[in-house]
Write a protein that binds this ligand. Structure first.
Ligand code: G3I
Length: 654
């Protein structure tokens, strides 16, 4: 394996020894992690430590870029929030909450009632005082952030079981018996009725004695009406132990009780030294965890217990072990990072073809043309168009046109000739259906008339939108009578090829399916009953509109939450309102005076004055006709008491 010179200088500069092993920097996978996790409906978070947040720019940069959730690693624990009885200190917690708020992250509070990191003054109390102390602590700590929507939930009780499923003989249990658990949940609900309240533990990833004891407790608490909403599976895994193969099955059985589940403290440690082979095994463990959460609807997401091996609890607790996280000591992503990104990934591309179109029927058959109609195909991602195939006299089929509707008129046929037509459908992912059964058409004899209609004139376009325009022209004349008109279209102000996009039996036609901000030219020509075709009309040129809610897409805000000095719009649902696939979207809206954008996700956002412009990113721009994306959202700060909301939403493509 070769050192990249960048990796060498980084590691040398930092004076780090990676156990004598050269760890190559892997190619960065698709990311950031939050942009691949959010569309799958899962959060991806990290534990954050206050000192690293305060002292290290790189730590802040990576945390803000990659994660949309955090759990304070130590800052909300009892020893940090109430080090002396009734003397509260929220500075560390506030520091993390404010970082989260600025970066569009939610915060999961950790942890209210635990046997560890709880000061001695609590541990020595009698039962009456200890219960009152616990309730007062919960009221104060949960109450401090109860009106802050960034803090969405709490680990109420932590690590209350032994490995054999009995209750841990902690000072809580020894003094209060198991009643402290229900009392803690009730106190937390009273302090913040909106917070999601969790029980959290380690070594409960597999179905085993400990997880079954937790399952039975959660089930019993819920049947008693105790307010417990969620279960955290810490997942402090190690590659020297087998992966917990029943993880998915286990979290699913909890979800079936009606609670939400989360992977709350994920890391995957290994025995020293770190090697490429161990990193590969570690990556596989990360993949397995993400896949298990993806497979369970009520698994809300995954919090990794830190992100860089530079800052991890592991070496301090297991002196012979290391390297449990997804970035190395130099903040380079490890294979585990790629594993997480790829497991969330955009998912497999669509490979399901549309259903086969119905057998075409032929109508308006003349000496030179025939109109085909067929029953439309269906498709999981949407039919985008049809190919029309023709064979003459039993020869090979070749494509003679396309249609975005389930109808097509083929012109330029020869009199008294037998043709066969078939159609096939295409979808947005490019999959092609099987071809329909053929319809046989024999053109009429022609009748001797060889005089073509006059060319249509005065062709003009009006009412041009982002996706369509209306054409009208002056009728042609013909010795035996005009039977219809062909509508021809070319893209651009010059060049290109005119192809037939429709037919009309009147002197007007509505063109649809155009792309915004694009120039097109149109011509029409007339046909008579004998199949004679006129010269083409004059050319009408248009450029479709570039924006507006009446165009190809719409933007609909949902106010997810609001408080005195701010609000979150999530999602801002973008819907493709046109009849063709859009490759990308741009939404603009206006913030009321005094409101400032404090965060956004899953769009590239620019702000000019009070106007916000949000452009789709790689995974949420492409929308089939009628499809929506609910991945983009944003957070705004506003003056206290000002209850205005953004206005003038408009959506345009591209
Ligand atoms: O901040 C002090 C520092 O001032 C002092 O000089 C130093 C000396 O030891 O200690 C520092 O505090 C340490 C603290 O982390 C902050 O780094 C504590 O000693 C140390 O015990 C504490 O460890 C934390 C551990 O919980 C406590 O049990 C780890 O950071 C934290 O990652 C770990 O997290 C737990 C979860 O809360 C629950 N599940 C298991 C998980 C891993 O053990």
């Amino acid at each position: 394996m070769r050192w990249s010179s960048k990796a060498v200088s980084l590691i040398c500069a930092a004076g780090l020894v990676v156990f004598g092993v050269v760890v190559a920097t892997p190619a960065q996978a698709a990311g950031p992690l939050k942009t691949v996790a959010a569309p799958r409906g899962k959060f991806i978070g990290t534990a954050l430590a206050t000192d690293s947040l305060a002292n290290e720019a790189m730590y802040r940069t990576v945390a803000a870029r990659e994660f949309n959730q955090t759990t304070p690693e130590n800052a909300m624990k009892w020893d940090a929030t109430e080090p002396q009885d009734n003397q509260f200190s929220f500075a560390g917690g506030d520091q993390i909450v404010s970082f989260a708020q600025q970066n569009g992250m939610t915060v999961h509070g950790h942890t209210l009632v635990w046997h560890s990191q709880t000061p001695g003054y609590v541990q020595g109390m009698n039962a009456t005082n200890m219960r009152a102390e616990m309730q007062a602590h919960i009221a104060a700590v949960v109450g401090h952030w109860a009106n802050n929507p960034t803090v969405t939930g709490w680990d109420v009780v932590n690590e209350i079981f032994n490995e054999d499923g009995t209750f841990r003989q902690s000072f809580w249990f020894n003094t209060l018996g198991q009643s402290f658990v229900a009392d803690a949940f009730r106190a937390a609900r009273a302090a913040d009725p909106d917070a999601k309240l969790c029980i959290n533990d380690f070594n409960v990833e597999d179905i085993n004695a400990k997880s079954t004891a937790m399952f039975n407790l959660v089930s019993s608490l819920r049947s008693q009406g105790v307010p417990i909403d969620c279960v955290g599976f810490q997942a402090h895994l190690a590659i020297q132990f087998a992966f917990p193969s029943t993880l998915q099955q286990n979290i699913q059985r909890f979800a079936n009780l009606g609670v939400h589940v989360r992977i709350s403290e994920l890391d995957v440690r290994m025995l020293n030294p770190e090697t490429a082979a161990k990193d590969a095994t570690q990556a596989q463990y990360y993949t397995n965890v993400v896949n298990a959460c993806l497979a369970v609807t009520n698994c809300d997401g995954i919090t990794i217990w830190g992100f860089t091996d530079l800052h991890s609890w592991i070496p301090g607790t297991f002196s012979d072990q290391c390297c449990g996280l997804i970035y190395n000591n130099s903040y380079s992503p490890k294979p585990a990072y790629d594993a997480v990104a790829n497991a969330f990934g955009p998912g497999p591309t669509d490979t399901t073809p549309p259903s086969t179109p119905g057998t075409p029927t032929a109508s308006n058959v003349t000496a030179t043309s025939a109109t085909l109609n067929w029953t439309a195909s269906t498709d999981n991602v949407g039919v985008t168009g049809y190919d029309i195939l023709r064979s003459t006299g039993g020869g090979a089929f070749s494509q003679v046109g396309t249609s975005t509707t389930n109808s097509f008129t083929n012109t330029g046929l020869t009199a008294s000739t037998t043709y066969q037509f078939e159609v096939r459908a295409r979808d947005a992912a490019g999959n092609m259906s099987a071809v329909s059964s053929p319809v046989t058409v024999t053109t009429s004899a022609g009748g001797g008339d060889t005089q073509a209609p006059t060319a249509p004139s005065g062709l003009a376009a009006s009412g041009t939108t982002q996706t369509g325009t209306s054409l009208a022209w002056t009728a042609s004349t013909d010795n035996v009578g005009v039977t219809g008109y062909d509508i021809l279209q070319a893209q651009g102000a010059s060049g290109g090829t005119f192809t037939q996009v429709g037919t009309s039996t009147t002197t007007s036609f509505a063109v649809t399916g155009l792309t915004a901000n694009t120039t097109y030219r149109f011509q029409v020509r007339a046909r008579d009953a004998a199949g004679n075709v006129s010269a083409v009309s004059n050319t009408a040129q248009i450029t479709t509109q570039g924006g507006g809610t009446t165009g190809a897409c719409s933007a609909t805000p949902t106010v997810q939450t609001q408080w005195g000095t701010g609000y979150v719009i999530n999602p801002l649902t973008i819907t493709n309102t046109s009849t063709s696939t859009i490759p990308s979207w741009t939404v603009t809206f206006t913030l009321p005076a005094g409101h400032t954008l404090s965060g956004s996700w899953n769009a590239t956002v620019t702000v000019s004055g009070q106007t916000v412009t949000a452009k789709s990113v790689s995974f949420n721009g492409n929308l089939a006709p009628g499809a929506s994306t609910g991945t983009f959202g944003f957070q705004v700060n506003r003056p206290n008491g000002n209850t205005q909301m953004p206005t003038s939403y408009s959506c345009a493509t591209p």
